[in-house]
Write a protein that binds this ligand. Structure first.
Ligand code: M6R
Length: 613
């Protein structure tokens, strides 16, 4: 999980590489580096820590080069040190490589290369690639052939960019399981791990597929199959979304901007879904799931990680209640190593913002290999998940840059709700009238979120009161239990406060022992069929002197006298309450983290896309 960039053309590569790395810093930020060709040799500059350190190291030098590569790292093999930062050189300093992924057989290759006289300077898996290329270049091959031969020996995943002063007019890039995009300009090419850094230069891009190598020079680009070495034809994709969407637009952090974008993001989610009346009734264009398949479904698996897993837990409520199909929700990292019961009547849905999460992709591949139809609910167009799935539901939430997922979560919930309604409709369980009612309830949600955000200062005041507390417990029941998990995850990941999410009914089975005057309990108490049950849980906390912040439905008069603070949330259909209750919890985590001076958009030890296991 790292970001890589590259440039070849007539402009000065150095500012282009640094700017590109800035856009990719969300993928990893424990060290960064660039390498470029200058005066007949390769110059490598790298530093530990954020990109700003690298910029300081380079500022003041008049470097100029028309070809270069860069990398921002999230450590997997080897500590985050300057030596382990990319780019990595061969023994002679003539070949440099940046890499995202994991070389699984690196230890074996390192031993073999060492016994042949190669000298390693880092503890990374990547360095074996530079030495392997060196080995084959020495044997008289050109850079493309040397890279192809090196890749033939590598097991594992990679997105790679390679340059050498022995071949100063070309760059070789390759992909297996880690994303790589090439931006096509006039007489110039840009390379990056995702589209965002390319958009300021070009909208015409080529997505490399697995096991492809591309050779780029100013005159053109050729793509080859890694195994056969045969040439491949690739088509160019024109990106239409706006690069400005990825900027902060005056907000202090991407996370706050993305929280505020939720009303529009979820409008975009349903607008992007095309439901039409076909000859057999309602059809979902582009879903690639026939009426017969829907009628025959025996079980649905939802597989995901982190926040997307919380969305899946809510999706289970939606699908089971609207379409009456049994749903199992699995952490993708667990699903891929167990023996789930899969057959042709099983549908598996990988839910992923990035579409690049290694565990989710692994789970989707496993389900497919065992005969399941596989769909994905995904935010990133042309990501690996969307290209591997049989059908795609795009959330259209726009780029999410903050590591803490916010608008992607609520738009996943909208996509799941629409999907559940669609299944229920096709299976004859949701009448025309009910369908219209459910859709109109969905359409009132953006405005309700705006009502919540208008009262953001109430949440900020709560954060000002409790930001120094060491423990938080989030309680929910039914459809808000996963929201409690999500509230706890948000607080943990950006403020580094210990927080747990619990189902209210489980309190008496253990966590109640934690309650004392130091514990802050955030209780989700919508006025629904289990309101009284949650009230009981709130009383249990108050009886033990815990502080209770309750979120309840606008109009409730009872809770105010029972708890320390109440935040009112507009009324909604029960299945949609998670969307509205998630927003104040995102804001609470945000303001607590801000008061604690945390790095909100790039929390320690985390990266936006977890593209390694
Ligand atoms: O891109 P994905 O939705 O597949 O990512 C899954 C998780 O890594 C992600 O949701 C993570 O938990 C977020 N940092 C949570 O805010």
């Amino acid at each position: 999980m790292c970001g890589i960039v590259g440039y070849i053309g007539d402009r000065n590569a150095i500012p282009i590489l640094l700017e590109g790395l800035k856009r990719l810093e969300y993928r990893g930020y424990d060290s960064a580096g660039i390498a470029f060709y200058e005066n007949g040799g390769i110059v490598v500059k790298k530093t530990v820590g954020k990109l700003s350190n690298l910029e300081s190291k380079i500022n003041g030098h008049e470097y100029r080069s028309t070809i270069g590569i860069g990398h921002t790292r999230w450590a997997t093999h080897g500590r985050p040190t300057e030596t382990n930062a990319h780019p990595h050189c061969d023994c002679s300093g003539r070949v440099v490589v940046v890499h995202n992924g994991i070389i699984e057989n690196h230890a074996l290759l390192r031993d073999a290369l060492t016994s042949e006289g190669h000298v390693f300077s880092s503890q990374t898996d990547t360095e074996v690639v530079s030495h392997l290329i060196e080995k084959y270049l020495v044997e008289g091959k050109d850079l493309r052939d040397a890279v192809l031969r090196a890749l033939g020996e590598i097991k594992g995943t990679f997105a790679l960019a390679v340059i050498s002063n022995l071949s100063p007019d070309r760059m070789v890039v390759a992909r297996r399981s880690s994303p790589l995009v090439i931006g096509c300009g006039r007489g110039e090419y840009f390379v990056a791990s995702d589209v965002t850094p390319l958009l300021r230069y070009t909208r015409d891009v080529i997505f490399l597929d697995d096991n492809e190598v591309a050779v780029l020079d100013k005159k053109g680009l050729e793509v080859f199959d890694v195994e056969s070495g045969c040439r491949k034809q690739k088509s160019t994709y024109h990106v239409t979304w706006d690069a400005d969407l990825a900027e902060k637009n005056g907000y202090p952090h991407f996370m706050l901007k993305e929280i505020h974008e939720q009303p529009q993001a979820i409008r975009n989610t349903w607008s992007g879904i095309t439901l039409v009346n076909g000859k057999d009734g309602l059809e979902w264009r582009d879903l690639n799931l026939s009426r017969d398949e829907i009628l025959n479904l025996s079980r649905i698996y939802l597989v995901a990680c982190g926040t997307s897993w919380h969305a899946s837990l809510i999706g289970k409520f939606m699908i089971e209640s609207l379409a009456r199909i049994p749903v199992e929700v699995d952490l993708a990292s667990e699903f891929r190593y167990r023996s789930p019961l899969i057959d042709k009547r099983t549908l598996t849905i990988g839910i992923t913002q990035s579409g690049e999460t290694a565990d989710t992709l692994g789970a989707m591949r496993k389900a497919k290999a065992e005969g399941s139809k596989v769909l994905t609910i995904c935010n990133v167009v042309e990501s690996s998940a969307t290209r591997e799935a049989d059908g795609v539901i795009y959330t259209h939430a726009g780029p999410e840059i903050g590591v803490a997922s916010t608008k992607a979560f609520t738009s996943q919930l909208v996509a799941l709700y629409m999907f559940a309604l669609f299944l229920g409709r096709v299976r004859g369980l949701v009448s025309d009238i009910l369908f219209c009612k459910f859709i109109s309830e969905l359409k009132s949600i953006p405005e309700s979120i705006e009502r919540v955000i208008e009262r953001e200062s109430e949440i900020e005041n709560l954060a000002n009161l409790y930001w120094e507390r060491k423990n938080f417990l989030f309680l929910g029941r039914g459809v808000t239990y996963p929201v409690a998990l999500e509230g706890a995850l948000k607080l943990k990941e950006i403020s580094y406060i210990h927080a747990e999410g619990y189902a209210g009914g489980e309190m008496k089975h253990g966590p109640i022992a934690l309650i004392d005057e130091d514990m802050v309990v955030v209780a989700l108490v919508p006025r629904n069929s289990i309101y009284e049950k949650m009230l009981g849980n709130v009383e249990e906390v108050k009886a033990r002197e815990g502080t209770v912040i309750a979120l309840t439905t606008l109009g409730d008069r009872y809770l105010r006298s029972k708890v320390d603070h109440v935040f009112y949330v507009p009324k909604s259909n029960d299945l949609l309450t998670p969307i509205l209750y998630a927003v104040p919890l995102q804001l609470l985590a945000y303001y607590i983290a801000r008061n604690r001076g945390c790095d909100i958009d790039q929390p320690r030890n985390l990266a936006k896309s977890v593209t390694v296991e």
